[in-house]
Design a protein around this ligand. Structure first.
Ligand code: GLA
Length: 736
């Protein structure tokens, strides 16, 4: 029987159609494949030895431009042979390969040599499928290539198939390897920790390998599966950038390598650490997807292309829409009440929230089972009778009556040992027989790879959504794996938990969305621990960090946007002084910081003064008006809040250049220095734009309206009085 360990869920599969393709995808004479999209051309071919070799990746070429057949790279003395030196699209480990392999397997007889040669190909809508085969064994790999016509982002993944008579163990499987042209590169990547996600790291690519990875069973706060490589003098606004993002929410690895001949390549996919999938005869393993793109206009250009791709091609859409709808402004009481949720308390907060102009009321942790602290209750998804004696209905009705929709927190993949579920099914958690079960936050991870656990999780969520009018789930995941055993399986098969867990997670999300098409979902993992292009195919938004300090968030929001669109970047306004840094900031500053993404309120609004409520109401209304531009426009990071900068500023411009929103923040004025002149970007030079303030003032004498050329060349100057610490200003420009 043919079984596929596939991550492609029919509901939301890759469906790009390359209407932008102008050149033939295959030149049979030269054995060259070519894909064009947006401003990008990608070329690879079959060399005389039969290896599939990368030829060109960069700015778009003329439709009539032709390439010669790919030629292998020569050996380097007697130490590195041509198999090792040739930039292959997907190299098997064998034949003297010392570079990072795309695929490493062990055959039943102990043979571990795998040399993949071109076998056949098919032109498919939007791209190509190219089949490779081992030079001797019945081991096949189909490389999938789909080019997005608009952005030139190339979508790559692989399907590995065992047609041998005996089982083969896959020990390492990448989605793709990307080879870059010769050059001096700077690598950009994102790292972090709980409450400190989204730090942009920039370093030269030197000899050797830089590994960015998660071994945690999930995406992780500590590193994020995205990279950008800038060549030469490329900066935020100028120069060539190659970038990529892996769509996988399990353990992953991206290796950026500069080899002994200075060739730079990036290989990424499943993390090979502790990995192993046994493919029985005729079984297949499908890898995650690795998306790769190219931009000519710096890191800013790269992120604009990626944001547009995420909005149009990755995130779920309502039927017939090309963009996901802007996120409702939410209220969530987590920081105000923590787990002390009650019907009366939530209803009182809902009244306050509605009066501010909030669209969605979300009840966080604490509503279910015997959940009073984080010691108990996870796994028991029934409504707590003490806190909600009449179930959720009265609260939901109240929220609806106030003109908001209702959302609920869940953490489906976890269990507290102190729960009915664990008492009944201690065998359901990840563990090794007879070994300790390490708890974190007093909880264990359910083995979602198991069919019965998958059924349980889908079942309770389906019931919850069927029985209650719930518009939104905040789907949390508050620890990483330990002791990742699946002791019901034969020893050799247990490691497939790394694939099956994530595949089942995606499957549950896809099925829930199919059965409850109106429901929206947030991916949260104690903050930003599960943000990647894999989960983004099934969720509408993410929680970037549990750290809601408005100053810290400016830095995180900057880091976040190199890889991800502000549309999904939820940003709550919470109380001051902030619980984490004990920093005191004004409500205006907190509001403006959160307005850079998808705005929410997470403060204890029962304690707000009438003046504070009025400020929030005014700014929520202003946000609603400008929101589509802010979260779906082209983002220009005018001044990044990095490297101790005293200031920061962003601008977003609507795709039709009809309007723009500017945010400016002072972190700390020193020596009386005024705010830097902001030369705006991306406007239509010939059009007239009117300036209105959302908050703060422009310098006296600034024209109420002026040309795009004026705003871009003369620039926008801030009021002389715009000084101090933790201050913000916001402006709108609308084409007249
Ligand atoms: C995680 C989330 C928080 C909150 C708590 C609830 O830490 O990131 O926003 O939902 O869990 O326990």
């Amino acid at each position: 029987m043919l079984k596929t360990f596939s991550l492609a869920v029919a509901l939301l599969s890759v469906q790009l159609v390359a209407v932008g393709q102008t050149a033939e995808p295959f030149d049979a004479g030269a054995k060259v494949f070519r894909l064009d999209g947006g401003g990008v051309t990608y070329v690879f071919g079959v060399n005389p030895k039969g290896e599939l070799q990368q030829i060109y990746w960069g700015g778009r070429l003329g439709a009539a431009d032709r390439f010669e057949q790919a030629q292998v790279k020569p050996e380097w003395a007697s130490f590195d042979n041509s198999y090792n030196n040739t930039p292959q699209e997907y190299a098997g480990w064998g034949g003297g390969l010392f570079a990072e392999p795309a695929l490493k397997v062990t055959f039943a007889d102990g043979n571990r040599d795998l040399v993949l040669h071109y076998e056949s190909h098919a032109v498919v809508p939007g791209g190509l499928d190219v089949v490779l085969k081992d030079i001797g064994r019945e081991m096949y790999v189909t490389l999938h290539y789909r080019m997005d016509a608009e952005t030139g982002i190339l979508v790559r993944w692989a399907t590995i198939e065992n047609r041998e008579a005996q089982a083969v163990t896959v020990e390492q499987a990448a989605a793709a390897a990307w080879s870059l042209p010769a050059g001096k590169y700077t690598l950009n990547y994102l790292t972090g920790r709980w409450a400190g996600e989204w730090t942009l790291n920039q370093e030269p690519v030197l000899g050797g390998a830089r590994v960015i990875e998660s071994r945690r069973g999930t995406t992780g706060h500590q590193a994020n599966p995205w990279f950008a490589l800038q060549v030469g003098e490329s900066d935020e606004n100028h120069g060539e950038v190659w970038f990529g993002a892996l769509g996988w929410s399990g353990s992953w690895r991206i290796t950026v390598e500069k080899d002994q001949l200075d060739a730079v390549r990036v290989t990424g996919g499943f993390n090979p650490f502790d990995f192993g999938v046994v493919l029985k005869p005729d079984e297949k393993l499908e890898t995650p997807i690795f998306y790769g793109g190219y931009a000519k206009d710096g890191l800013g250009g790269a992120s604009r292309v990626l944001h547009s791709f995420e909005l149009k091609e990755i995130l779920p859409h309502a039927p017939g829409k090309t963009l996901p709808r802007p996120r409702p402004v939410i209220y969530n009481s987590w920081e105000a009440t923590e787990m002390n949720v009650t019907e009366a308390g939530q209803e009182a907060l809902a009244e306050k929230a509605a009066a501010l102009g909030v669209d969605r009321f979300v009840m966080d942790d604490g509503w279910f089972g015997q959940r009073k602290t984080d010691h108990a209750g996870l796994g028991d998804w029934y409504v707590n009778q003490e806190k909600f004696p009449h179930g959720l209905k009265p609260l939901i009705d109240k929220v609806h009556g106030l003109g908001m929709d209702f959302g609920l927190w869940v953490e489906p993949e976890m269990v507290n040992p102190d729960s009915d579920l664990y008492r009944k099914h201690p065998e359901w958690v990840l563990n090794f027989a007879g070994r300790p079960r390490t708890e974190q936050r007093n909880q264990l991870v359910l083995n979602l790879a198991r069919a019965d656990v998958r059924e349980y999780v889908f079942g309770f969520l389906d019931k919850l959504l069927t029985e209650n009018d719930i518009a939104f789930l905040k789907w949390d995941y508050n620890r990483n794996w330990s002791e990742p055993g699946w002791d019901q399986l034969p020893a050799a098969e247990q490691k497939k938990v790394y694939v099956e867990f994530t595949r089942n997670l995606y499957g549950i999300l896809a099925e829930l969305r199919q059965k409850h098409p109106g429901v929206e979902i947030e991916s949260c993992s104690g903050g930003g621990g599960r943000v990647d292009l894999g989960i983004m195919r099934y969720v509408d938004e993410v929680w970037p960090s549990d750290n809601t300090d408005p100053f810290d968030r400016l830095g995180m929001q900057d880091g976040f946007t190199y890889a991800y669109t502000p549309q999904i970047m939820m940003a709550w306004v919470t109380d001051s002084p902030h619980w984490l840094n004990h920093r005191t900031t004004s409500l205006e500053y907190r509001m403006l910081s959160s307005m850079q993404g998808s705005l929410g309120i997470g403060a204890d609004i029962s304690k707000w003064t009438a003046e504070e409520a009025a400020t929030a109401k005014r700014l929520i209304a202003a946000y609603h008006q400008a929101q589509a531009t802010i979260v779906q426009g082209d983002l220009y990071r005018l001044i990044a809040p990095r490297e101790g900068s005293a200031f920061s500023a962003t601008e977003t411009v609507r795709a039709d250049k009809g309007g723009a929103v500017v945010f400016a923040f002072i972190h700390s004025t020193q020596e009386g220095r005024g705010f830097p002149l902001l030369k705006l970007k991306g406007l239509d030079a010939a059009a007239e734009y009117a300036l209105t303030a959302i908050e703060g003032k422009a310098k006296a004498g600034t024209p109420a309206r002026a040309s795009g050329a004026w705003w871009m060349n003369h620039g926008l100057e801030m009021d002389e009085e715009f000084r101090g610490d933790f201050r913000g200003a916001g402006f709108r420009l609308e084409r007249q």
